[in-house]
Design a protein around this ligand. Structure first.
Ligand code: ZN
Length: 232
């Protein structure tokens, strides 16, 4: 009986509020939350592969992957804005699933043993998280983790102890100065010897991710891989 009621309830809600793609407005299948297949495959420009080679990656960083090229004023910016400011956390999960599906066969990631690997969404300072209500990177990590066998590090195991100003418009040096000593590993034993997959929405100059890498290195992390939805 309960199943029947649930079925009727979800049918009614689908009739009244049909799920549509947040980008193109076409209706979605049950398994998709916000982004349709067509948009996820054709709407965005793939981030230029090999771009990572142009930036010197810290030694402990085994690799880096960005899914799409950031499009100022375009669909992707709008989507990431919806995730961040309109509380559409399901957008983050959809993006994480797309990311996971895209790179699950990546050679470096496949060499990471599940027991020794953790996913780390770039932490927000608690004041910022309170203001926004959530950490958008966590929801991307949640979707990503559903496609990979790695666990997400528990909240608070790596903290953002410095409430930084927004980095937009800063030069690289200014960004580095702004973000220096922003992260702290709470318990070294949770990080020591573990491979870490850092997840964030956008990779711009790398100042934030690399500062996090510095703190993870200090805590004796193993190999580090950086994954973002967008490449600015
Ligand atoms: Zn669509």
């Amino acid at each position: 009986m309960e199943q029947v009621i649930n079925y009727i309830r979800s049918s009614i809600s689908e009739l009244m509020f049909p799920k549509v793609c947040a980008i193109c407005g076409f209706s979605l299948s049950k398994r998709q939350n916000f982004i349709c297949n067509d948009c996820s495959q054709n709407r965005f420009e793939r981030a230029v592969s090999g771009r990572a080679d142009k930036i010197n990656l810290p030694e402990s960083v085994a690799g880096r992957f960005a899914l799409w090229q950031f499009d100022k004023g375009g669909y992707l910016q709008d989507l990431l804005h919806k995730l961040k400011y309109h509380r559409l956390t399901g957008v983050g999960e959809d993006l994480g699933v797309i990311l996971g599906n895209t790179i699950k066969n990546e050679q470096i990631l496949n060499s990471f043993n599940a027991n020794e690997t953790r996913i780390l969404p770039v932490p927000l300072h608690r004041k910022k998280r309170k203001l926004r209500g959530f950490n958008q990177a966590f929801f991307i990590a949640k979707g990503f983790s559903s496609k990979m066998e790695y666990d997400i590090l528990k909240k608070g195991e790596v903290e953002r102890v410095k409430n930084t100003k927004t980095q937009t418009g800063f030069t690289l040096n200014k960004r580095r100065e702004n973000i220096a000593n922003a992260f702290r590993v709470a318990q070294e034993k949770e990080i020591s010897g573990k491979n870490i997959i850092i997840i964030d929405d956008v990779f711009t100059t790398g100042a934030t991710a690399f500062e996090l890498v510095t703190e993870l290195e200090r805590a004796k992390a193993g190999k580090i891989f950086i994954v973002t939805v967008a490449q600015a």
